[in-house]
Design a protein around this ligand. Structure first.
Ligand SMILES: C[S@@+](CC[C@H](N)C(=O)[O-])C[C@H]1O[C@@H](n2cnc3c(N)ncnc32)[C@H](O)[C@@H]1O
Length: 380
């Protein structure tokens, strides 16, 4: 790789608390990466050709794809930068080193690494305040120099070169640290800065699960269409059902708990007010395209519940979106076997990711052959 763009370090960011789970999965999946440095929510790894195996890449390239559920964003790690002017200078160096044509624009991703465990943010805290200000300064600096161009939208497309400016500030530090990195976007990455999508919670949404559902659909690319039927196990009070109804789906919610009145009033919603073990095939519509789970139970119980319903709906099923609670972080070790389980259920593609809106839990999504066909024909 040309000088100026090369580094043998990879940066990763994750939820506060997930650092050890991330380290363990990288040790398991990537023998060519050696843990180098960490602070809460931010870890770096050194690419080490000595420990690479035959299937490993022989250098760390911008296209490198990390097999990880917990890394919300990752890329080649460059250096600390102290001013917007320096960021533009470094970007120009990078552009030259990568032999990019003058007109090539970067995708600018500026974001703050997490400072608090999910759900423990102080009431006055809102993510994005510092990064919006810094992004404006960087764009202004680029505009006045004219040598570096950034796309206006931040949503990355496959093939884009993404400049990552990570704010490693801590409320305890006087001056935040700005860290520079870059990568080339592939569908393995989240297209959003730091893996943080901008989704608004409508004031009338029954729960924050609305955000999880919206993010799960964006991240997985699940091709939900109006008129599809979704069955959600663990549906009360109804944030996710509300989001699905807004998308024009028919929704069946299975939960012994009470659903929100706005969801109950929807013509396309049916509540089965039972525990999932008491639900039988005749209780469900003839055609079910999507199965969702969001129960506060252990991974094994959640997977067993979905197993039963997946086998009874397999003729029409397109995919599954499963929120799996990791009551203890060590349950993360079971992710490979959970993915196998989902494949045995009939999913031809399955992946685990920790979403920005997930607490101590992950999303496992998967598609059947039919679901994948719909997904690829819609994209293509
Ligand atoms: C995190 S909440 C679900 C939030 C919901 N998805 C939403 O959009 O608002 C977990 C739910 O799982 C339900 N649950 C727990 N065990 C269950 C079971 N065996 N069968 C069905 N639902 C169950 C609980 O009653 C609870 O409402």
């Amino acid at each position: 790789m040309p000088e100026g763009s090369s580094s043998s370090f990879l940066f990763t960011v994750c939820q506060i608390g997930a650092e050890n789970a991330l380290k363990k999965e990288i040790t398991r999946e990537h023998p060519e990466l050696r843990f180098a440095y960490s602070r809460p929510g931010f870890l770096t790894f050194k690419f080490d050709p000595k420990t690479a195996v035959a299937a490993s890449p022989n250098e760390l390239t911008p296209e490198f794809e990390l097999r990880s559920a917990f890394a919300r964003a990752y890329g080649i790690s460059l250096e600390e930068v102290a001013s917007p002017a320096l960021i533009i200078e470094k970007t120009l160096e990078l552009k030259r080193a990568l032999y990019l044509p003058p007109e090539e624009a970067f995708r600018l991703h500026v974001w703050e690494k997490d400072e608090f465990p999910k759900g423990e943010e102080p009431p006055d805290f809102a993510t994005g305040q510092a990064s919006r200000g810094l992004e404006r300064l960087i764009r202004k600096e680029a505009g006045s120099r004219g040598s570096v161009r950034f796309h206006e939208s931040v949503v990355a497309m496959p093939g884009d070169f993404v400049l990552n400016v990570i704010i490693l500030g801590s409320r305890k530090l006087e001056k935040p640290v700005w860290w520079l990195g870059y990568h080339r976007h592939t569908p393995q990455h989240s297209p959003f800065p730091g893996g943080i999508p901008e989704i608004e919670l409508p004031p009338e949404a029954p729960s924050r699960a609305f955000l999880k559902l919206e993010e799960a659909v964006l991240r997985s690319g699940a091709p939900l269409l109006p008129g599809d039927t979704a069955v959600e196990i663990g549906s009360a009070p109804g944030g996710a059902s509300y989001a699905l109804l807004q998308k024009g789906l028919n929704v069946v919610g299975i939960d012994p708990g009470e659903m929100d009145a706005r969801v109950m009033a929807a013509a396309h919603f049916k509540h089965i007010q039972k525990v999932v073990a008491a639900v039988h095939r005749p209780d469900l519509p003839a055609s079910v395209e999507w199965l969702l789970v969001d129960m506060n139970v252990t991974p094994n119980i959640a997977l067993f519940a979905i197993d039963r319903l997946a086998s009874r709906t397999k003729d029409t099923l397109l995919g599954v979106l499963l929120t799996i609670k990791l009551n203890q972080w060590k349950m993360a070790d079971q992710i490979p076997s959970m993915l196998e389980h989902v494949k045995v259920m009939g999913m031809v593609r399955a992946r685990a990711v920790q979403l920005f809106h997930n607490r101590q839990e992950i999303l496992i999504y998967g598609f059947t052959r039919k679901g994948l066909l719909r997904k690829t024909s819609r994209v293509g």
